[in-house]
Design a protein around this ligand. Structure first.
Ligand code: CTP
Length: 405
């Protein structure tokens, strides 16, 4: 299976055979020049990208994934992906619209990009093979750590670029070049032109960054969050909480869930509903945030020092895991945080040794009495009042004597 380099060399040489030019562009050129690893390669072809993808595959290798209607194709080799697209020129019919595209040359293709550091192309074939085309000063900006848009209309054409820019700024420790920053401030309201799906996608890409709390805080400081929705906030306290969550052994999906709960923390039900509408949030995300807000509302009850474990269980049982993690990180009262930690680490796993069938054998009949008995057994387990199966049998017999209650 060819490695990344071999595959790109092959794409270049097949492009020469087909009489077209191919270029590595965008993020991979940036990462190459920064000396950072990159597995997703973007190749622009002045010609038929689908034909080039077909020609670049050797017998026995996986077939390329073709999107003939879009003129795009993907080669996969191990962990490497090479996306090939035909060079495009594009125009925006109205701000925030997805662009209308037509075939173009590499210079038009670079001119439609978000930042100068993404508007460079590494030539893969022909006399200039190995050269970097840099018509917008991307290399200098990369050296100085600057994010610069290519023209004054850039954020108006596509306001998601503001969200992307913050991500790159924080990922690489870069800064917006002053003129770009003032355009961003000028064009904040253009975020209204971006669909909920696209905004949500950008936020979720931000959650997946190595240190998402940095970018989220910056989105807040630059007032991008409040421009997206007036109830969205992400201050230092939430940043500390997210950094704390990242130290826990959580899955990517759980970290995403915690990130959503943190973003929504502090809202009321009406705000959450308008956020759902603005970002077309999935029901599961809304439920997680609503649970986090509900647990926040229990803070005073959870803070009581004499609270029995079974009472903690009753307050928190059925709440989503990520909501509880979030509340455990953000509630201000230490005893309330401890109650949540106790629930997550121990109480939620507690089950009585006796199940319904055991109770039936002891003389219980199906119905509410049996349900009550199981709840009582669990409470007794949680509070350490029974420690063994024999203890539970004894308790169950006593409950039976009192009608199961
Ligand atoms: N791009 C753009 N405007 C957008 C989205 C993308 O100009 N709103 C261009 C940029 O040139 C970018 C390229 O499309 O480099 C590919 O975008 P994407 O895959 O989202 O990002 P990468 O550059 O690959 O960077 P990374 O995946 O590291 O975020």
């Amino acid at each position: 299976m060819p490695g990344t380099r071999e595959l790109l060399v092959r794409v270049g040489s097949r492009a020469a055979d087909l009489g077209c030019r191919a270029f590595l562009v965008g993020g991979p050129v940036r990462d190459l020049l920064l000396g950072r690893p990159c597995l997703d390669m973007d190749v622009v072809v002045e010609g038929d990208a689908v034909a080039l993808a077909r020609a670049a595959v050797e017998p026995g290798e996986p077939a390329p994934v073709l999107h003939v209607d879009f003129g795009t194709a993907t080669l996969v080799s191990g962990a490497t992906r090479v996306d090939l697209v035909t060079a495009r020129a594009e125009s925006y019919h109205w701000p925030g619209a997805l662009p209308a595209v037509r075939a173009g040359d590499i210079h038009q293709d670079l001119a439609r990009r978000d930042f100068s550091i993404h508007a460079m192309a590494l030539v893969l074939n022909g006399e200039r093979r190995g050269d970097v085309l840099d018509p917008h000063g991307g290399r200098g900006d990369l050296e100085h750590g600057l994010l610069r848009v290519l023209h004054e209309q850039s954020f108006i054409d596509d306001a998601t670029r503001m969200l992307r820019g913050v991500r790159y700024e924080q990922r690489f420790g870069f800064a917006f070049e002053p003129r770009t920053l003032s355009l961003l401030e000028r064009d904040l309201t253009c975020l209204d032109t971006i669909s909920g799906d696209r905004v949500r996608h950008e936020l979720e890409r931000t959650f997946d960054e190595a240190e998402p709390e940095q970018a989220l805080q910056r989105l807040d400081v630059l007032r991008l969050l409040s421009a997206l929705h007036p109830g969205l906030r992400f201050g230092p306290e939430k940043a500390r909480a997210l950094a704390g969550a990242r130290r826990e052994p959580l899955s990517t999906a759980q970290l995403q869930g915690v990130s959503w709960c943190l973003l929504g923390w502090g809202m009321d039900a009406a705000m959450l509903e308008s956020l759902r509408v603005r970002l077309t949030l999935r029901r599961s995300i809304v439920n997680d945030i609503a649970d986090a807000l509900a647990v926040a509302g229990l803070e005073m009850q959870l803070d009581r020092p004499d609270l029995e474990p079974s009472a903690v269980f009753d307050l928190l049982h059925g709440r989503s895991h990520v909501a509880l993690l979030t509340a455990g990180l953000l509630l201000s009262r230490p005893a309330a945080r401890r109650s949540i930690a106790l629930y997550l680490s121990r109480l939620r796993h507690v089950r009585p040794a006796l199940a319904g069938e055991d109770l039936r054998q002891l003389g219980f009949s199906d119905g509410p009495a049996m349900g009550d008995a199981l709840t009582a057994l669990r409470a007794a387990r949680l509070n350490g009042e029974v420690a063994s199966r024999a203890d539970e049998v004894e308790l169950a017999r006593r409950l039976l004597g009192t009608g199961g209650r």
